[in-house]
Design a protein. Sequence first.
Length: 692
Amino acid sequence: MKIKNKLIVSMILLGMLSPMATAAAPTPQTDEAVYVNLDAYGTQKEMRIVKGVTLNGATKLSDFGNYSEVNNLTSHDEPIKRSDGVDFDLKNTDNERFYFECIPENPDTLQMPWTFDLSYKLNGKQVKYEDLAGVNGLVEITIHAIPNPNADEYYRNNMTLIAGTGVNMDKASNIEAEGAQIQSFGSYKFAVFMGLPSEENTYTIKIGAEDFEFTGIYFLMTPATLSQLDMVDEFKKAKDDLSGARSDLYTGLSSMLGTINSMKSGLNTMQSGISGINTVREQLINSRATLDPSLDAALNQLDLLAGDTNALIPTLETANNDLNQIHQNTTDILNTVISTKEDIADYQSLLTDIKKNLTDIKNLLSDLSKETDKNQLSLKYISSDLSDLESDSNKLSSALNSLKTSIENLHKAEAILNAIIQQSLPPELQNAVSELIGIISPIKSSTETLLKELSNISSDLAHLFDNSASLTKELNDINTVLNDYRGTAENSAELAIKANDLIANSLSTADTMLNQLNTLNDSLQTVNTNANSAITQISTSTTTLSNTILAANKALTDTRDTIRSLRENSDAAMQKSLDGLLDVIGKATGSNDTSAIQNATDSIHNTITNEVNSIENDSNLLNIDNSLAMRSFTSEKNPSPTSLQFIVRTDEISVDKMKEVQEKIANEKDEGVFARIANIFKKIFDAVKSVF
């Protein structure tokens, strides 16, 4: 019976620590288990991975991973290793289950979600584990389960921890394990602890021992995929929703209470302001005797201002028309003056011819005194020159008449401009007219001087022509006449040449001044355009002002009439309203309830926040995601396994017979897959079995 109980308990524990077969599927399905041996203090000694495959008729298998060694645990088919995994070409598939063992090239690449630290006490004193075998007394075993930050995130967030051990009560007086589930099975009691994902825990087991033996601590780490854990997702969503709503509520309440608190000073100010308004109301009531007449007078003045503004609009239009007329007249005058510029070139050409003729006459007169022998021939030349001189004199007379007409036009233009400047003009236009008068006056003066000089020349030419005519009548006395008048003629010719030069200079000056008149005309055009625009804008603004004054007058009139009609009734109602409002504000500013509500809100918010943070910091329970597919221990290229677990065991404490057991195992024949699996983890099986 004792042997039977040993076998039953051994098979129960072995079943808990080994991957289980799954239901048949149309494609191969794999269970993965990592077997880890720890020393008595929790340091890892050995790690092996066993994969069990339900073939479902498949004869070829491929697995991915970086392995240093691969062993076939089911048949004699040799594994075909690759750089990134292993292949199997199965000759015999009578067994639907196929097992193979993988040893990682670098065990550190596969990290358990927890690491463990174990310590031991005997009767309250710290001892080494090897000193506990066969002792009597109170044995205390402390297991510290520490979340491993280097483990894969999937393992950290989704794997739960089961830690347990069994004690033969035939060799123990009692067992205590605070926080553990204690179960009895025959003469054994089992203490089982559970840890949530990423939860750090310390488990303590106390055993009243007689001839102490200990099977070690067993750990099972598996994904929390039970359907009952589906509620975790719902709880997480509810937590997130509640957290958001809580934060919104807290923020809203805090904002509202803050607003209410901040309103107190404003309410105090409002209370003072309303009191002032009430005082003003009383003053307005008392001042109606003076206010009403003043308001009536203001309305009358607005009426007068509106009338004056309307009267200003036609005046502005008249001024605009006058300005345009002045601009037109000035432009005509300037154009007339500028047109004389074309005659100046003719005058200059004529003067050039006259100067040439005078020079010739002077030269001829000079030659007469030296060449008396050629008097007759010279007289012929003189006669020809006199004929030319007569023609030039006639042309000069015609030019003098045209110049006289131009001077008269200049006199008229100056008179018009002097009349214009006497009127009230915009400053820009008045300056332009004054500048024009300043330009015309020198032109007029120079032109008059030119006319006078040309008249003198014409008179001298006529006199010279008459004298020359007399000379032609008396050819016999020509030498005597020439001698008598030679000096006079030469002097007259010299004076005529000088006068000609003076007139040429005057014409050049007049030409320059006429060129400036074009610029003046452009300036007048710009001034006129700007003045027209300004008058138009002033007229528009005046119209708008008039309409605004009329509207304001009507609004004030309506307001005055309304105030007068409602004054008596509204005064009493306003006084009651102000008194009631002052009373309400006084009560509101005297309340201190908002501070108490704010303190209570802060306390509730902080308590909930601290509790939620505590739950999230203590474990990753809320991060469990049952919707995630299981991940292969060896490579992401492998399909999702059907089951996944870390199976861990620490060294046992016993006066063991491990040497005898190992020799027996070495002599055993190949008994198939279950025997091979048992050999991989033989220490676990034998340790469990030995305690019975």
